[in-house]
Write a protein that binds this ligand. Structure first.
Ligand code: TEU
Length: 535
């Protein structure tokens, strides 16, 4: 099945974690005017699509993923005018702007929920998921919150529990209620009509719940290491009824009509790592346009065959329906996950090279282009509810969310405030944009060259050019994409690798190799990746 070519298919995306990108007003928190000032940098990097993490008014129980008003912009981030300035400047630079839409839950401070909890008869009551206590007075079922503890909170005023797959301050909307669906269709139209180019959709697989809210059985793979590690026992349950219900696709069918009429992009955070679960969200021509593919985030640098399998699974879907990431504001930074140190950084770039050559929309997470490592955030500076509430410091997302290092200066060029909202960490001068930009051998220049490779070779973003996977040669993952051959050695030792084709190196993680003629086997250093133009 062929996907129709759309404006986003040849773009390169970048996740802006707004609170940590650039602070323009010295309050220690990144904001939209700060982003505005740095858009030229993103254009220089070759980025032509950004996803801005939630910028709506919010009590910040989950740093913006608890939205109190979907039609306004938080004052703390600069308000509506600041967003308009960002969009205008971004468009001048050829950069599309996606907002982060959070439809699974609202903030408990949203007027809908405030009304809903006032009485069982309130017109907004059924906008959320309310149930009577179990016979013993406990929660109505055994569902758990992603952030630890039960997915239910008792509301004494009306003597019922409400459901929340995240914090109690993030009550889940009842997507079986057509009024909820209608409200979101209006929200989507509102922003698209104001020049926003589309949405990243938060927990896009979770909106619909099984009507009977049955108990969840234990997960078949629990304890096998095959599931994504999360807080507490969440992954010990088999999530048959709380996420990935078929009705969720009806939601996107309706949104798709609203979005397509305005040429808007719907990109789902579909956190399902079995490709067969993911497929229905993006293959039906009337579902989401794109979904992030999270399986490769399980690669820890040790078993290249696993990464190869996940990349192949993703490319088994119709071309152009996936977005590729190696990290985000929810996961360890790629360089840390892949072992840290020089090798972790090199591997992160090598994996990015493999992903940038595949059909779909490649994304960088802010700071990835600098090969940043995670920052150790001490418990007394913790912000993430996973750390603060659940005490799960090992899983804290704070360490991948610390401020962007722009300059070797106090505040890292991120802020002039004496203190940033999260620690700056032990960033070195070599970690900063300023230093890396002036050094053509830096990671920043390699990532920029990688983005340029993608833009300069239309075969890589084409929907017609297939991926031809090469037989695995030891730890080398390689494929051909039209006129290009892309390869990476993910092992710890140098490997002799045969591209099976003559050509010229047009990109290499070791920039000194660019331009090299290839005629027969060549040696790939550990964590080296390259692209060869055949001919
Ligand atoms: O994340 C959703 C989500 O599923 C993650 O919590 C994921 O399970 C976890 O990170 C895996 O390690 C989204 C947002 O990206 C996240 O920042 C929010 O906290 C969450 O939704 C709630 O809105």
């Amino acid at each position: 099945m062929q996907t129709r070519r759309r404006w986003w298919h040849d773009r390169v995306g970048y996740e802006v974690y707004i609170r940590s990108f650039a602070d323009s007003d010295a309050d220690g928190v990144g904001d939209l005017d700060g982003l505005h000032e740095r858009l030229d940098y993103l254009a220089w990097l070759g980025i032509d699509l950004i996803w801005i993490t939630p910028c709506f008014p919010s009590p910040l129980a989950d740093h913006g993923y608890d939205v109190a008003d979907y039609l306004q912009v938080a004052d703390e981030l600069g308000g509506m005018r600041a967003l308009e300035r960002v969009v205008e400047r971004a468009h001048d630079l050829g950069i599309a702007v996606l907002l982060d839409l959070v439809p699974n839950h609202t903030s408990s401070a949203h007027p809908w929920f405030i009304a809903s909890r006032t009485s069982r008869n309130d017109p907004k009551r059924d906008w959320y998921i309310w149930r009577d206590p179990a016979p013993d007075g406990g929660p109505p079922n055994n569902w758990l919150s992603h952030f630890g503890g039960p997915a239910w909170t008792y509301d004494a005023a009306t003597e019922q529990y409400y459901c929340h797959l995240f914090l109690p301050e993030q009550p889940d909307l009842n997507w079986a209620n057509p009024d909820v669906a209608a409200a979101f269709e209006d929200i989507i139209a509102y922003w698209l009509d104001r020049g926003i180019d589309g949405f990243r959709i938060d927990v896009a697989h979770a909106l619909a719940k099984h009507a009977d809210l049955p108990d969840l059985p234990p997960a078949p793979g629990a304890g096998s290491g095959e599931t994504l590690e999360l807080v507490g026992n969440f992954e010990a349950l088999h999530h048959l009824y709380d996420v990935n219900q078929p009705e969720v696709l009806d939601v996107y069918r309706a949104w798709r009509r609203v979005a397509d009429a305005r040429d808007g992009l719907l990109l789902g955070e579909v956190y399902l790592t079995d490709v067969n679960d993911l497929a229905p969200f993006v293959t039906s021509q009337d579902g989401l346009h794109l979904a992030f593919w999270f399986a490769p985030l399980r690669f820890d640098g040790r078993d290249p065959a696993r990464l190869r399998r996940w990349l192949m699974e993703g490319t088994g879907l119709p071309p152009g329906c996936l977005a590729w990431i190696t990290s985000s504001h929810d996961s360890p930074r790629a360089a840390s996950r892949l072992g840290g140190g020089q090798r972790g950084r090199d591997l992160a770039l090598a994996v990015a090279v493999l992903q940038f050559g595949l059909p779909g929309l490649p994304f960088l997470y802010q700071g990835e282009e600098l090969a940043l490592l995670d920052v150790d955030v001490p418990p007394d500076a913790a912000e993430d509810p996973i750390a603060v509430r659940a005490g799960a410091y090992d899983h804290s997302r704070d360490r991948c969310r610390t401020p962007m290092p722009w300059q070797a200066a106090p505040g890292l060029g991120f802020t002039t405030a004496p203190r940033a909202w999260l620690p700056l960490g032990d960033r070195t001068a070599e970690d900063t944009v300023e230093v890396q930009r002036s050094d053509t051998h830096s990671f920043l220049h390699r990532y920029r060259a990688l983005v340029a490779l993608r833009h300069d070779h239309p075969d890589l973003s084409s929907l017609e050019v297939d991926v031809e996977w090469q037989q695995a040669q030891g730890p080398v993952i390689a494929y051909r994409r039209g006129s290009l051959i892309v390869a990476a050695n993910l092992g710890p030792d140098p490997v002799a690798w045969d591209p099976g084709q003559q050509g010229r190196v047009v990109f290499c993680t070791d920039r000194r190799r660019e331009g090299e003629r290839v005629a027969g086997p060549l040696e790939l250093a550990p964590a080296a990746a390259l692209a060869i133009h055949a001919g």
